[in-house]
Design a protein around this ligand. Sequence first.
Ligand code: NAD
Length: 374
Amino acid sequence: MSVAIPDAVPPPVVAAGDAGSGTFAYCSQQYRVVFGAGTSARLGEEAERLGIKRALVLTTPEQQDLGRRLGRGLGDRLAGLFAGARMHTPVEVTNEALGIVESRDIDGLVAIGGGSTVGLGKALSLRTGLPHIAVPTTYAGSEMTPILGETSNGIKTTQHSQDLVPDAVIYDVDLTVSLPPHISAASGMNAIAHAVEALYAPDANPLTSLMAEEGIAALARALPRIMTAPADPGARRDALYGAWLCGVCLGAVGMSLHHKLCHVLGGMFNLPHAETHAIVLPHAAAYNAAAAPEAMARVARAVHSANAPQGLFDLARQLALPRRLSDIGMPEDGIARAAEMAVRNPYANPRPVERARIEQLIAAAWRGDAPMPH
Ligand code: NAD
């Protein structure tokens, strides 16, 4: 499916950068999080706390067995399973699930899976007002954001609402062990990208910056261990903890050049989302490095490198992630077109977004060069 670039939410017009003046606004979000190994056994308790008597469990087709197994923990509160969640929250899938919600008198939603399934839970809770429990099994972080991207006829639109935040999130480390190492690595780098941009966001503040640095550090130490020992409980715990913090950052502050580039590249060439983030991130960080020195110092510290962009590049290499946009299907003649698109309606960014420099950045990512300030 080709997905158009989401521009429904207008980008902020203020400049991003290091929080120099020391003045900030911090808005805390209300989240209930249950974290640990084996915590999905507490699903019934959480449903009871929310007064759910007839729950619909949501999964992808691949995770329906997991949905059935965890659904048993709901006892007689389980009213059905809908195993049709798909990437990019297609509206026709949401409508199909909505039919089940209405015909079975459902009074609560339990999304078990990655960002695709949590997206379906959000879309349904927004339409129905029903309580939503999310049980994430990847590092995408959607459960921590008031954001929903939906697709209809190949067009993606994005909306923000506090009503999208799940009423409870159960992070069960045990459920992430089955996530294959290469998907864990890509998903984890995608999470790191949210935190890197949160550090130089226009609305960055000391609290989100603390979470961002801690989230990057936890993922940077966990992901290499997951590559060699996918079931290592300590590494899985660190990675999920880091993903949680990075997800909070994504939901709390505005994103910049890196996210704009990934939206453009993914939308134009149908590139895999997480891998695109992993390839572009060191280059976007290099572009912004001189304009956001405090943010870069934090990233460098978190990835244990003297240089933040190089440290991110080295981490992606250590995780055996693709290094070149050419490796994941981007055509060379798309570089100039993508640069043109990326400078249209740019997101707030610490450094001005210049067409020629952006084209150099994309070309470097296409070739798989080491990150250089363009
Ligand atoms: P996903 O939810 O599409 O899952 C990918 C595949 O992995 C699916 O087949 C799934 O069943 C399987 N899977 C998930 N967890 C597994 C596990 N532990 N073990 C084995 N297999 C597992 O992928 P994702 O990267 O989590 O989510 C991507 C989607 O989330 C995109 O649509 C993206 O736009 C959205 N997203 C939204 C936000 C937001 O804030 N709204 C944030 C991040 C991502």
